[in-house]
Design a protein around this ligand. Structure first.
Ligand code: PFF
Length: 455
C-alpha cells in the first residue's frame, strides 16, 4: 500500500517555504482578473466588505481546518480521511471527490493558463500590440479557435507543472514558489505604480474602491462567497495535502491568516495595476473574462514601453497560475504515489497523460468541440460548473461537518494549539463554533442559490 515508511516523508522545510507554497496555491488567475473585475462591477468597496466577511466566516475557518487535518495525519488527502475517520466511516469519499474536482479544474485551468503563457511569447514578439480592441479581439479569437495552438499551449503548461512536481515537494514545489512569489510581488508593484502614474488614473481607483452599496444584492453576495472559496483553494483536498507538508511547530491559524492577507493584497494590487490604466485610456472596465486578453493588450499599446509592461503583466499572470496548478495536481499525484506506492515519477506522468486527454476537450471548446454540449454547456463550462458550483461547496460542507461534529472540539484545540504550546484558546473557541455552525450553513445557502434552487 504505502511507500517504505522508514523513508522520511517529503515536506516543506522552512516557514518561508510554507508561506510561499500555500500562497502560491491561493494566488492564481482568480486574483488577476476575477477579483478586480467582480469588485469593479459589483459595488467597489461594498463588494470588498462582503468578500472580506465571506473570507473570514467561511474561507479562513475551512482553510485552517483542512490544513489541520492534513498536518495531523501527515498523509495524502484520501489516506488522511481514512486515518482520521472513526469506525471505518467513509469520510475518505470527501477526498476522492476532491481528486475529481482537482482533475476537472485542471482541465480548464491549464487551458486558460496556456493562453496566458502564449501571450508572454506573443507580447515579446510584439504581435499583440494594437490600440484597437477589435484587432486584439481578432488576435485572441484566432488563437482560441485554432485547435493546434490551443492543444500545444495546454501541453506546454502541463509539461512545466509536471516537471516541477517531478522534483518533489521541497525541491520542486517549495523551491520554485520561494523564487516565484517574490518575483510576482515585484512585477505587481511595478505595474501598479506605472498604472497609477498615468494621467486620469484616479477614475480607475474610484471605480475599484468607491463604495456603491446599492449594487449589493443576493447575486453579489453569492459571487463574493464563491470567490472566497475558489481563491483560498479549499473544499477539495488541496489545503489538506499542503497541510500534510507543514512542520509540527508551524502556527497554523497565524500562517493561514498571513496567506489570506497576502492573497488579498495581491488581488488589490492586481486591481490597481489594471483599472487606473483601463480608465486612463478610456476603455470599458466591465469586459469580464475578455478583459485580460483583449482590453489589457490594447491598454498597454497606448503606453510608452507598452511592450515591456505587457510582457511583465503576462509573466506575472503565468507565475500566479503556476503556483495554483502545482497545488491542484499535487492532490492526485500524492494520493496515487502514496496510497498505491507507485512512486512520484510514474504517478506524475500518468496524471499528465490523463489530463492531456481530459483537458483536450476543454482546449478545443472554442474550435473542434464547440458544438458538443451536455446540459447546454460545452466541456469547459460543464467542468467549471461541476467543480466550482458542486464539488467544492459539497467538499467544504462535508469538511465542516467532519471537523465540527466528528473530529470534535478537544482534538481541534489540541491540534491547532500545537499540543498547548500556543496560547490561542480564545481564538480556537470562536473558530470551532464558526466551523461547526456558521460555515456549513453559509456554504449550503450559497450552493443552493448557485443551483437556482430558490428560483
Ligand atoms: N486559488 C486559485 C485561484 O485563485 O486562481 C485557484 C485554485 C487553486 C482553486 C487550487 C482550487 C485549488 F485547489
Amino acid at each position: 500500500m504505502s511507500q517504505d515508511s522508514s523513508k522520511a516523508r517529503d515536506g516543506f522545510t522552512s516557514s518561508f517555504g510554507v508561506l510561499a507554497a500555500t500562497l502560491g496555491s491561493a494566488v492564481g488567475l482568480g486574483n488577476i482578473w476575477m477579483f478586480p473585475y467582480l469588485t469593479g462591477s459589483s459595488g467597489g468597496a461594498g463588494f470588498l466588505l462582503v468578500y472580506l466577511a465571506a473570507t473570514l466566516l467561511v474561507g479562513l475557518p475551512v482553510m485552517i481546518s483542512e490544513i489541520m487535518l492534513g498536518r495531523h495525519a501527515k498523509a495524502d488527502a484520501v489516506t488522511t480521511m481514512i486515518k482520521l475517520a472513526p469506525r471505518r466511516q467513509p469520510w475518505w469519499l470527501v477526498s476522492a471527490f476532491g481528486v475529481l474536482a482537482a482533475f476537472l479544474i485542471m482541465s480548464f485551468y491549464t487551458e486558460v493558463a496556456g493562453w496566458v503563457f502564449a501571450y508572454v511569447f506573443k507580447a515579446i514578439g510584439g504581435g499583440l500590440l494594437s490600440t484597437d480592441p477589435k484587432v486584439t479581439s481578432a488576435a485572441f479569437d484566432s488563437m482560441v479557435g485554432d485547435p493546434v495552438q490551443s492543444l500545444v499551449w495546454q501541453w506546454v503548461v502541463l509539461v512545466v507543472i509536471g516537471g516541477i512536481l517531478l522534483m518533489g515537494v521541497s525541491k520542486g514545489i517549495e523551491a520554485v514558489t520561494k523564487k516565484l512569489m517574490p518575483l510576482l510581488f515585484l512585477l505587481l508593484l511595478i505595474l501598479s505604480v506605472r498604472s497609477m502614474l498615468l494621467p486620469g488614473s484616479s477614475a480607475g481607483l474610484a471605480f475599484l474602491f468607491k463604495p456603491d452599496f446599492a449594487k449589493i444584492n443576493a447575486q453579489v453576495v453569492l459571487s463574493a462567497m464563491g470567490l472566497a472559496f475558489f481563491k483560498l483553494s479549499i473544499g477539495m483536498g488541496t489545503m489538506m495535502t499542503y497541510g500534510s507538508y507543514f512542520r509540527d511547530d508551524q502556527n497554523v491559524p497565524v500562517t493561514t491568516f498571513r496567506v489570506m492577507s497576502a492573497d488579498l493584497f495581491v488581488s488589490l494590487l492586481a486591481g490597481i495595476a489594471i483599472f487606473p490604466a483601463v480608465f486612463a485610456f478610456g476603455f470599458e472596465p466591465g469586459a469580464g473574462p475578455k478583459l485580460l486578453f483583449i482590453t489589457i493588450p490594447a491598454v498597454f499599446a497606448n503606453m510608452p514601453l507598452g511592450n515591456v509592461f505587457m510582457v511583465a503583466f503576462f509573466l506575472l499572470a503565468s507565475i500566479a497560475a503556476i503556483g495554483a496548478m502545482l497545488s491542484l495536481l499535487e492532490v492526485p499525484v500524492s494520493v496515487m504515489s502514496e496510497r498505491f506506492g507507485w512512486g512520484r515519477p510514474v504517478t506524475t506522468v500518468i496524471n499528465l497523460l490523463l489530463l492531456a486527454l481530459l483537458g483536450s476537450g476543454c482546449a478545443l471548446s472554442a474550435s473542434l468541440t464547440a458544438n458538443v454540449k451536455l446540459f447546454g454547456m460545452n466541456q469547459f463550462d460543464l467542468f467549471d460548473f461541476v467543480s466550482t458550483k458542486l464539488l467544492m461547496p459539497i467538499g467544504g460542507i462535508a469538511l465542516c461537518l467532519f471537523v465540527g461534529w466528528v473530529w470534535g472540539e478537544q482534538r481541534f484545540r489540541t491540534a491547532l494549539s500545537n499540543n498547548g504550546a500556543l496560547a490561542n484558546e480564545k481564538l480556537l473557541g470562536v473558530l470551532f463554533l464558526v466551523v461547526r455552525y456558521v460555515s456549513p450553513v453559509l456554504i449550503l445557502a450559497v450552493m443552493l442559490k448557485g443551483l437556482n434552487v430558490f428560483g
